[in-house]
Write a protein that binds this ligand. Structure first.
Ligand code: SF4
Ligand code: SF4
Length: 415
């Protein structure tokens, strides 16, 4: 059934030099530009319950994953971490570097956008760095007010083989390329006379998606990922903040919020049953919330999983094609087909539309919280089940806690 078009969004083409694209948004998909949120609630939660990176808050399971990785994953992750470390380290101190050029006092939004597109970033947008989202440990680290949101496309062909090592090579390889490109772009901004601080995609200063949405680069999908116009959630996102004079972009309604309620492909295809059909209000924002504890065990054991990325029609076909199809037919492009919904799980075989792998309860039992919290949890259980521990065990426990506290938790992770 043909739909009435409410508005048409015009966006730059996928690559630098490509013609603009038009995205028609149907009347029945129209909600709000960006995302529905209650500003006062966002401020309240940020003050009262400030967020910390999962790399710290969930350090126990982040450490546990290394014990269940396949040999190939283990080797690849170690290699990636070696290659990535200098990029993450350079980003960490990039905000301290002084400009190398002289500022003209003019707005340099277009110059930065052009340079970023030439470097290969598919999506570039400008907004205020919203400090309400800053992770606790990074509050003093963020120096500049203006955020440049940058998305680099992960290889299309490799991504369609998800979950697989080939797709993992694309995932981590894109971050390695992106880490270097961000440093180049920051150098360019400094050459124009301004400071530039690189917010690494692997050492996040905040959840970046809210700022990408504010900058009009997409909307939040039911899979918990940014759905960008050309490559959907196949966007690897990072930011640079600067004190340069720039003009902010505006949030856009691409029709994604309502489209996800019609589509639901990722929700139905998630092997961990970690995605929820209905939206909830969370920290002042209305969104589909992922159940972390049902996702993590699958991700860790099955090559990063990311079925929710693979089966998303916006990722597979691009937003213009998907929205044009919806307007013409009222249907979700590819929904119910093997092409979009099918996937193969290591040692378990192929799962077509309507079929999901089964896991028992034990499969989902993973360590929770910070390392020291998990240690306390285990200690409490031992106390309840086995009675008072020996002096030697108590000293051993104290030593373990101390070593965790002295070592501290790293903000660096594998997003
Ligand atoms: S990564 Fe896999 S388990 Fe996790 S939400 Fe996506 S589809 Fe579900
Ligand atoms: S698969 Fe469908 S429901 Fe899930 S994020 Fe993509 S468009 Fe939204």
């Amino acid at each position: 059934m043909t739909k009435t078009v409410n508005h048409v969004v015009t966006r730059p083409g996928r690559k630098h030099g490509d013609a603009d694209v038009q995205i028609p948004v149907a009347e029945d998909l129209t909600t709000v530009p960006g995302i529905r949120q209650r500003d006062a609630d966002v401020s309240f939660y940020s003050r009262t319950y400030p967020q910390e990176t999962q790399n710290i808050e969930k350090a126990a399971d982040r450490q546990w994953v290394w014990s269940v990785y396949s040999e190939e994953t283990l080797k690849h992750r170690k290699r990636h971490d070696e290659l990535n470390e200098p990029l993450v380290d350079a980003a960490a101190v990039s905000g301290d570097l002084e400009p190398t050029g002289t500022p003209t006092g003019e707005d340099i939004t277009d110059a930065i956008r052009l340079k970023a597109r030439e470097l290969g970033f598919g999506e570039v947008g400008f907004t205020k760095f919203d400090r309400r989202y800053t992770y606790t440990g990074k509050k003093r680290w963020v120096k500049y007010e203006h955020a440049i949101c940058l998305a680099l496309e992960q290889d299309y062909v490799q991504t369609q083989s998800l979950p697989s090592m080939d797709a993992e090579f694309a995932h981590f390889g894109t971050y390695e390329i992106e880490g270097a490109l961000l440093l180049d772009l920051a150098d360019y901004i400094r050459s124009l006379g301004y400071h530039a601080q690189v917010h690494s995609p692997n050492d996040n200063s905040a959840p970046y998606i809210p700022m990408f949405v504010a900058a009009g680069l997409g909307q939040l999908g039911a899979n918990g990922q940014l759905l960008s116009p050309h490559f959907g959630s196949r966007a690897r996102i990072a930011m640079i903040t600067t004190d340069a004079l720039v003009t902010y972009d505006e949030p856009i309604d691409y029709g994604i919020h309502q489209f996800c309620q019609v589509c639901q492909v990722c929700v139905n295809r998630c092997p961990g049953r970690a995605l929820l059909a209905e939206k909830v209000w969370w920290r002042g924002v209305e969104k589909n919330k992922l159940i972390y504890e049902r996702c993590r065990p699958v991700m860790a054991r099955y090559d990063g999983c990311a079925v929710c990325m693979k089966v998303c029609p916006i990722q597979r076909f691009g937003m213009p094609a998907v929205m044009e199809h919806y307007v013409a037919t009222g249907e979700v492009l590819g929904k119910g087909t093997h092409l979009l919904e099918g996937y193969t799980f290591l040692e378990r075989g192929y799962f077509g539309p309507g079929e999901l792998p089964q896991f028992d309860r034990q499969f989902f039992e993973i360590p929770h919280g910070r390392n020291e919290e998990w240690l306390f949890q285990q200690f409490k259980e031992k106390l309840m089940n086995e009675g008072l521990p020996s002096e030697e065990e108590i000293v051993g426990f104290a030593k373990q806690v101390r070593s965790i506290l002295v070592k501290g938790n790293s903000t660096i992770g594998d997003e």
